[in-house]
Design a protein around this ligand. Structure first.
Ligand code: 57M
Length: 358
C-alpha cells in the first residue's frame, strides 16, 4: 500500500525513489513488524489472560509442563497480524507471489484458529481431529499447487543443490508435490512447537535464509552469477520474509523461557506453510530440508517412534518429538531450546553455502 502511494511521488520528490528498492522496503517492513509485535505483546497477553484463553496441558506429557497450564496461547495471531500488515504496506500488491503466500498464511491461520478454539472451548488438548485438520491443510495446499502449475511463467521443474544438470519436470505431479511440501512443513513446525521458543527460533532462521534466497532469485544478475533459477518478481517475498522474521522476534520476547504466551496452532500451522510456499516459488524447495533441519528431525522422530511402537511395541526415544526425549534425559528446557537454535543456525549457513557451491 505505502509502496503504491509513496513511490509515484519520486517524480516530484526524489527521496521517494528509495521505495523502488526491495532492500529498503524489507528493512522498513522488518522494523514495522518488530515494533507492532513487541508493542502489542503485553496488551495481547493481558487480553488472553482476561479472556482465560490459556493452554490446557495433556496429562501424559512431561511433568515439567504441568506448571505451564493456563499460559496464554494463540500468540500466533499477533505474529500473523504484524507480519501481514507490514507485508501489505510495503510489498508490491500487484505481485502474484505476495498474494499466494499471504493467502496460504491466512487459510492455515484459520485452520489453526479453529483447532485452538476447539481446544479452549472443550478445555482439553484435543482440537480438530487429525483427519479434519489434514483434509483442510491438503485442500489449501492442493489449490496452491494448482495455482502455481497453471501459472504459465512458473516452472514445475525441480532443482537440486550441487547438481546443476538435474532438474526433472514434474508436470501435473507438481501439484501433489507442492501440496506435500506445504502440509509437511506446516505439521513439522507444529510438532516442533513444544518448548518455549523452540519453534519460533528455527522459523526465524529459515525466514532469513529464504529472504536472502528470494532476493537473489528475483534478481537476474545475481541468479545468473549463482547459476540458480531466476524467478522474476519473487524478490518481493524478501519483504514477507523480513516481516515474518521480525514479527517472530517480537513474539519471542514473550515466548522466551519461561514463556508468557504460546503461539498456538494459529501460529505454527501458517508459519510452516508460508515458509514452504516461499521455498516452492523460489525454486529452492530441496534446500528447505537443509535449512529446516530441526523441523525435519522433529517430524522424523515422531514417525520413527510411532512406526517402531506399532511394529516392535518398543520406543526409540523416551518420548517423541525428540525435544521431549532430551527433557526426559534431564536436560533443562532452556538448554534444549538454545542448542536446537544453534543447530538451526548451522543448518541455515549450510543451506546458504549450497548457493555458492555449484
Ligand atoms: C503440537 N503441541 C504441544 C501450544 C503451541 C503424534 C504426536 C507426536 C502428536 C504430538 C502433538 O500433540 N503435537 C501437537 C505440539 C503443546 O503446545 C501447544 O500447541 C501449540 C503448537 N501446535 O503453541 O499452544 C504443548 O507444548 C508445550 N509448549 C511449551 N512452550 C511453547 O512455546 O512448553 C508449547 C509451546 C503445550 C506446552 O506444554 O501444552 C504438545 O507437545 O502437545 N504429541 C506430542 O507431542 C506428545 N508426544 C507423544 O504423544 N509421543 C508418543 C507418540 C505418539 C509419538 C510417544 O513418544 O510415545 C507429547 N506432547 C504433549 N504431551 N503435550 C507428549 C504428550
Amino acid at each position: 500500500m505505502l509502496y503504491h502511494l509513496l513511490y509515484p511521488l519520486h517524480a516530484s520528490y526524489s527521496v521517494f525513489n528509495v521505495f523502488r528498492y526491495i532492500t529498503f522496503r524489507t528493512l522498513v517492513a522488518s522494523i514495522m513488524a518488530l515494533l507492532i509485535s513487541f508493542l502489542l505483546g503485553p496488551w495481547f497477553i493481558r487480553r488472553m489472560t482476561a479472556q482465560q484463553i490459556g493452554q490446557t496441558i495433556r496429562p501424559d506429557g512431561p511433568q515439567s509442563h504441568l506448571v505451564k497450564a493456563g499460559t496464554p496461547t494463540m500468540g500466533g495471531a499477533l505474529i500473523l497480524f504484524s507480519m501481514l500488515l507490514a507485508t501489505l504496506l510495503l510489498a508490491d500488491l500487484t505481485n502474484r507471489y505476495v498474494w499466494i503466500v499471504v493467502g496460504v498464511s491466512v487459510a492455515y491461520a484459520i485452520i489453526g484458529f479453529a483447532d485452538d478454539y476447539l481446544k479452549l472451548r472443550r478445555g482439553n488438548a484435543w482440537g480438530l481431529t487429525a483427519k479434519a485438520k489434514l483434509i483442510a491443510q491438503f485442500a489449501v495446499a492442493l489449490v496452491t499447487g494448482l495455482v502455481l502449475f497453471l501459472d504459465q511463467d512458473f516452472s514445475t521443474a525441480l532443482f537440486f543443490p550441487f547438481v546443476k544438470e538435474l532438474h526433472p519436470d514434474l508436470g501435473w505431479g507438481y501439484v501433489a508435490f507442492a501440496a506435500v511440501v506445504v502440509v509437511g512443513a506446516s505439521n513439522a513446525v507444529n510438532l516442533t512447537d513444544g518448548l518455549d521458543g523452540l519453534a519460533i527460533g528455527p522459523v526465524m532462521t529459515t525466514a532469513f535464509t529464504y529472504g536472502v534466497i528470494a532476493y537473489l532469485t528475483g534478481n537476474a544478475k545475481y541468479a545468473e552469477y549463482l547459476q540458480i533459477p531466476h524467478v522474476p518478481g519473487v524478490g518481493e517475498l524478501a519483504i514477507f520474509c523480513g516481516a515474518l522474521l521480525s514479527a517472530g522476534l517480537g513474539f519471542l520476547w514473550f515466548n522466551a523461557y519461561p514463556a508468557q504466551m504460546f503461539m498456538g496452532d494459529v501460529g505454527s500451522l501458517p508459519l510452516g506453510a508460508a515458509l514452504a510456499v516461499v521455498a516452492l516459488v523460489t525454486k529452492q524447495e530441496m534446500i528447505l530440508i537443509i535449512v529446516g533441519g530441526v523441523f525435519v528431525v522433529e517430524a522424523l522422530s515422531v514417525i520413527f517412534q510411532v512406526v517402531s511402537f506399532k511394529l516392535r511395541r518398543k520406543r526409540i526415544f523416551r518420548m517423541a518429538p525428540v525435544h521431549h526425549h532430551f527433557e526426559l534425559l534431564g536436560w533443562p528446557e532452556p538448554q534444549i531450546i538454545v542448542r536446537f537454535w544453534i543447530i538451526s543456525i548451522i543448518c541455515a549457513l549450510m543451506a546458504l553455502s549450497t548457493l555458492k557451491l555449484r
